[in-house]
Design a protein around this ligand. Structure first.
Ligand code: ATP
Ligand code: MG
Length: 219
């Protein structure tokens, strides 16, 4: 029986490859160079499927991939329901934050209950965060380059992923609130776990072990 692992190029793939290698799986060609979207591996029947980060849960939910690797941001925003999330892989580590233009008095605006406009790709996460604080904000959905919103006057603030803070700094933005830490999770199609247990269970166990070894001795 074949086993398909869905993941996205970039950070997720870069940081997943060492964990997959520790689980005995290496792609037979360099995924960053190859134009193939389905990559065979050293293990017969096991392949990697390269999809857009936000599409990973969809492929796994519909069973087009058996397992996948997706950021917690994607799972919260685009739905984890119908998926097992057995392992926090501890990779692609960052945080979901609120940022404003340097000089914007966020605390004062919040305190006087000003009508605040927030631009983000993560409207679900943002809505829940501000609702939990009892704040009314106008959310503006964007699909990328969120940093432009406060600079251009589209919004007062953004909700976005931050790791080093370099992108914020380069655009004269400052982090004013941290919403939550974010890492990537292994996700598993429940039917695949049942029907392909002999293949899926050892993979889940090997990735769990590799992730906890990495946690214990961070690179
Ligand atoms: P694109 O950037 O091509 O529009 P994307 O944002 O969906 O696509 P990536 O930027 O590769 O794709 O992000 C994939 C995942 O990596 C995110 O869902 C998140 O979990 C994680 N991630 C995103 N930004 C960072 C960051 N600055 N630091 C660490 N991990 C991040
Ligand atoms: Mg990105």
């Amino acid at each position: 029986m074949p086993l398909t692992i869905a993941l996205s190029k970039g950070r997720i793939l870069d940081e997943s490859l060492p964990l997959l290698a520790a689980a005995g799986i290496t792609p037979s060609e360099d995924p960053e160079v190859s134009r193939k979207l389905v990559l065979p591996t050293n293990r017969p029947g096991v392949s990697l499927m390269i999809v857009r980060a936000t599409d990973v849960p969809t492929y796994v939910r519909w069973g087009a991939a058996d397992v996948g690797i997706a950021g917690q941001d994607v799972l919260l925003e685009h739905g984890g329901p119908g998926l097992y999330q057995p392992v926090d892989l501890g990779i692609a580590r960052c945080r979901m934050s609120v940022a404003t233009r340097r000089g914007f008095d966020w605390a004062a605006s919040v305190q006087r209950g000003a009508r605040i406009r927030v631009a983000t790709k993560y409207v679900t996460i943002a809505r829940e965060h501000f609702a939990s604080k009892g704040m009314h904000v106008d959310l503006i959905k964007l699909y990328g380059s969120m940093e432009l919103a406060p600079i251009s006057g589209l919004a007062d603030a953004i909700v976005d992923l931050v790791s080093s803070g370099n992108t914020l700094r380069a655009n004269d933005l400052v982090e004013v609130e941290t919403i939550m830490p974010i890492t990537a999770r292994l996700i598993v199609n429940p039917a695949a776990l049942k029907l392909k247990r002999d293949l899926v269970k050892p993979l889940v166990d090997a990735l769990t072990a590799a992730a906890s070894r990495k946690q214990a001795a961070p690179a």
